[in-house]
Ligand binder design. Structure first.
Ligand code: ITT
Length: 197
């Protein structure tokens, strides 16, 4: 089935393609259809995932899948949360966002650097779909002091998953997909699909 993937994030695109191709989804990037991203005005991951999916479905005339995800740091009262992509300002790079995160955690000891990634997926048949499929996943860990690794994207060079002695950016793509919030959300989505197609 042709589904428009409502993301401009190339890190997410790679992870989705690997996980969904075997399930018969033919993912079309919204950028390939000339569709710009929706403005993320929601206050929750759920709101933003739905907003992005409805926007892409309306513009493409196709079913749409969107992801809203982010990092919640306990010592920062859950920030950056829905602002993860623009923590250091609109249009910030991953490096700038990571610099702000590490600056905000100056002096915070290891045991208080706990965090989790969260991912919410929204799959809609069209812009007026009243029964979207929502799926979610999370991944616990903590924020390190030094960056390590070159895989993944975003905050991965600083995110040390619980039970591991390396960062998410040091994992292979397959290992990250097996452990991550996005992998978990996709497995949840697939379990909820039923006869959706
Ligand atoms: P789209 O809205 O176009 O999908 P985006 O990057 O703006 O792309 P979000 O608003 O969902 O997406 O923000 C997600 C941010 O959270 C992302 O830019 C990273 O900073 C962070 N993030 C989410 N998942 C991540 C992951 O698997 N690894 C590292 N950082 C992640």
């Amino acid at each position: 089935m042709r589904v428009v993937l409502a993301t401009a994030n190339s890190g997410k695109q790679r992870e989705f393609a690997t996980l969904l191709a075997p399930r018969g989804f033919e993912l079309v990037l919204q950028s390939a259809l000339g569709i710009a991203g929706a403005e993320e005005t929601g206050r929750s991951f759920e709101d933003n995932a739905l907003l992005k999916a409805h926007h892409a479905a309306a513009a493409a005339g196709l079913p749409a899948l969107a992801d809203d995800s982010g990092l919640e740091v306990d010592a920062l009262a859950g920030r950056p949360g829905v602002w993860s992509a623009r923590y250091a300002g609109v249009g910030a790079t991953d490096e700038q966002n990571n610099s702000r995160l590490i600056a905000d955690l100056t002096g915070v000891p290891d045991e208080r650097r706990t965090a989790r990634y969260r991912c919410v997926l929204a799959l809609v048949r069209g812009p007026a779909d009243k029964q979207p499929i929502l799926a979610q996943g999370s991944w616990e860990g903590r924020i390190g002091h030094q960056p390590a690794g070159s895989g993944g994207f975003g905050y991965d060079p600083y995110f040390i998953p619980t039970g591991l002695n390396c960062t998410a950016a040091e994992l292979s793509a397959a290992r990250k997909n097996a452990l991550s919030h996005r992998g978990a959300a996709l497995r949840d989505l697939i379990a909820r699909l039923g006869n959706w197609a």
